[in-house]
Design a protein around this ligand. Structure first.
Ligand SMILES: Nc1ncnc2c1ncn2[C@@H]1O[C@H](COP(=O)(O)OP(=O)(O)O)[C@@H](O)[C@H]1O
Ligand SMILES: [Mg+2]
Length: 392
């Protein structure tokens, strides 16, 4: 039975699936596709409910792994576990590997081989496992890594991405049946780290802005919302835009009204608009509260990071100068601006990380934890005026 609580996007899924599986004689080895969209706008829902079935309908095997599924588990382990789980479904592929490596362990499909031996730093590399799987199933494999940037937070996670790249290059050679990588992420700055530099696994991979839900979703929402009076889709679409395309905020606003039993039908549209505003405010106020409690230097570091995006170099002299300018613009005395040095910046970055405002890749590259924070910061002045967008 189709899930009526989800609006499906089969057309988009079909188009994307075609692009993903497409092989062209001119593209040496498709690097993979990166889908980027802000948090809570429906990426994971789309990937699980629409894209995966669309890929499977085109005869691909899909291995889905969400690197946020358990933040306490190393991303490399989550990736390896997903590959092992798929291997576990294909006894012949496991048999082949076991034979090739002359290793034994627990029984899998009647074979003495433990799937635990597959992974980073284990007997069987991910590329070998995927190669055996490809030969066995003779179908393209698509690995979907949800919140892929999270792999950058540990060395083993980064190693896994390189293992995936190696597997991709191997399986896209004529001897096999193809491997495609689809990565999603909430933060363009973070995803950019995976694709922009030559020493990264996905150098040059195309970044596709994942389309947010649109008017057809709003029509569907208005039809199913079940309030005592109808909502006007055009008005709700404007509210949806204001809510940053986050379906949950509309859903929560509708829930708030649903429990208001005394509401007159004529008041429904205006009350719904108010409820959406309250939801939007609620979503940003917690972050603002944390931002307002920062020290002046922490605020300055955060603002300069927000303004610099992926050009941010925390400890360069020019950047330290920007922190100073930001402090001065915020009305801090000249002496405290002059005191900014590398250790104090380091401490500020550490504190911002602990407050989950910024994110650090294992190589010491920084980004805002949540890209929407940039707008919040630059919009509100955050207690300190953003420094004049200094020479960038
Ligand atoms: N197609 C959809 N139809 C209905 N609700 C949706 C849809 N996509 C997302 N949502 C709602 O929005 C929430 C966030 O979606 P999710 O897929 O987790 O976003 P993301 O992965 O981008 O953070 C979901 O819990 C769901 O309630
Ligand atoms: Mg998600």
């Amino acid at each position: 039975m189709p899930d009526v609580s989800i609006f499906h996007r089969p057309k988009l899924a079909g188009q994307l699936a075609d692009q993903i599986l497409h092989t062209s004689p001119t593209s040496a080895s498709p690097s993979g596709v990166f889908l980027a969209a802000p948090r809570r706008t429906g990426k994971s829902t789309f990937v699980r409910e629409d894209l995966r079935p669309a890929l499977e309908a085109k005869k691909a095997i899909v291995i889905y792994v969400d690197l946020w599924a358990d933040r306490n588990v190393d991303p490399s382990e989550l990736l390896a576990a997903a590959v092992r789980a798929e291997m576990g479904e294909h006894a012949n592929a496991v048999a082949k590997i076991a034979k090739g490596f002359g290793i034994s362990g627990g029984k899998v499909g009647g074979i003495d081989f433990s799937l635990d031996r597959i992974g980073i730093g284990k007997d069987v590399t991910l590329a070998q496992a995927l190669g055996a799987l490809s030969d066995e199933i003779k179908q393209p494999i698509v690995i979907v890594i949800d919140e892929a940037q999270h792999a950058l937070t540990t060395q083993a996670g980064m190693d896994s991405l390189f293992a995936m790249k190696a597997a991709r290059d191997e399986l896209n050679s004529s001897a096999h049946f193809g491997l495609r990588l689809v990565c999603t992420g909430s933060n363009r700055d973070k995803l950019a780290m995976l694709r922009n530099s030559r020493d990264q696994a996905f150098y040059g991979a195309p970044l596709v802005p994942f389309p947010h839900l649109g008017e057809d979703y709003i029509d569907w929402f208005c039809k199913h919302v079940g309030l005592p009076a109808a909502l006007d889709p055009a008005a709700v679409f404007e509210l949806f835009k204001k809510a940053g395309w986050r379906p949950e905020l509309l859903g929560a606003a509708a829930d708030a009204l649903r429990f208001d039993f005394g509401i007159a039908a004529g008041d429904v549209p205006s009350r719904f608009a108010e409820a959406v505003d309250e939801q939007i405010e609620g979503a940003t106020s917690e972050t603002l509260r944390v931002v307002r409690a920062l020290t002046p230097l922490q605020t300055a570091v955060l603002l300069v990071l927000a303004q610099s995006g992926d050009n941010y170099r925390p400890f360069e002299a020019a950047t330290v100068e920007k922190y100073r300018e930001s402090l001065t613009a915020a009305g801090e005395p000249a002496e405290s601006a002059a005191k900014v040095d590398v250790p104090s910046v380091q401490a500020a970055l550490q504190a911002l990380q602990e407050k989950s405002l910024i994110w650090r890749a294992s190589r010491g590259v920084y980004a805002l934890e949540d890209a929407s924070l940039r707008e919040v910061l630059l919009d509100t002045g955050s207690g300190a005026d953003p420094a004049a967008p200094a020479q960038m």
